[in-house]
Ligand binder design. Structure first.
Ligand code: DHB
Ligand code: FE
Length: 283
């Protein structure tokens, strides 16, 4: 273990999240949204703000503090964190009303494309001294009608035993605890990794300050992120949570679903194993 490590900061992870978001801008355009729709949505958002001002008799000092805070969210690059923790779950909820198969959940700000390609039985890249109980997630990717999907991709990423994501914390090697797993001919995969810790919104940035000022808690339960893809099928972006895990019932990002909880069991060697099958809907 290294004894001296650079602590990740909100500004650091915020800036990386903003940079990463911009790099993926080509999948973030909504050029087809009509002026009528823009007007309807923005009018509704502003009405919500105006209603809050009236209902709570917001004062000038509070209004100016809100402006200063919004400026800080931009300056520290925390918009991706803020939007994904407080808004994305509702967008996902709406999207999920038209998607069948495995339940989706939010992507969050820490997905990075282009990670190492791994075979169906694999270990995620990890440090020699990576902490966390060994964890194996195995399962099968199938179509809704039960057809096994060989050659499907399970793009997986998760936080380490301290709750930090590689690519967004300077002390972690690139690609740590990330990989793109290809299923075998029967659609099966078996991924060895380590148990992630719960994730805490960085407390030193504006999102953390808001959470503290409001007296909320900044935690998400421990989770594994996955995007499962197969040609001809709608990709599914989701997360798996752990039975009995802390913050499961009070996720700050409100992104848990009962169907997404796994319950890994010790196989007698100290390795905890769980099976989860993914079902994809054809396009
Ligand atoms: C955030 C972080 C996550 O790891 C996640 O899964 C969702 C949201 C965030 O900081 O916004
Ligand atoms: Fe996450």
């Amino acid at each position: 273990m290294s004894t001296v490590q650079e602590s990740p900061t909100a500004a650091g992870s915020g800036a990386s999240a903003s940079e990463n978001f911009r790099a993926a801008a080509e999948r973030r355009t909504a050029a087809g949204t009509s002026p009528e729709r823009v007007s309807a949505i923005v009018t509704a958002v502003l009405r919500g703000v105006h209603d809050a001002v009236r209902e709570h008799q917001v004062t000038y000092p509070e209004f100016q503090a809100a402006k200063a805070w919004l400026m800080e969210v931009g300056e520290t690059g925390e918009w991706p964190l803020f939007m994904d923790v407080f808004v994305e779950h509702v967008v996902e909820d709406v999207a999920s009303t038209t998607q069948h198969g495995t339940k989706g959940s939010i992507e969050g700000p820490y997905y990075l494309p282009g990670q190492v390609a791994l075979g169906s039985t694999c270990e995620l890249p990890r440090r020699d001294d990576e902490r966390g109980d060994p964890l194996v997630l195995d399962g099968q990717v199938r179509a809704l009608d039960g057809t096994p999907l060989g050659g499907a991709l399970v793009d997986i990423w998760h936080a380490d035993a301290d709750g930090y994501y590689s690519g967004f914390a300077p002390h972690l090697p690139e690609g740590n605890l990330r990989g793109v797993v290809t299923t075998d001919a029967e659609g099966r995969f078996a991924i060895t990794t380590v148990q992630p810790a719960p994730y805490q919104i960085p407390t030193d940035g504006p999102t953390g300050k808001l959470i503290a000022a409001a007296g909320w808690h900044p935690w998400r339960p421990a989770h594994l992120h996955v995007i499962v893809r197969a040609e001809g099928y709608r990709p599914i972006t989701t997360q798996l949570y752990f039975a009995g895990g802390e913050w499961l019932d009070s996720d700050v990002a409100e992104a848990t679903k009962p169907e997404l909880i796994i319950d890994p069991q010790d196989d007698g060697t100290g390795t905890r194993r769980s099976t989860y099958d993914f079902e994809l809907e054809p396009f």
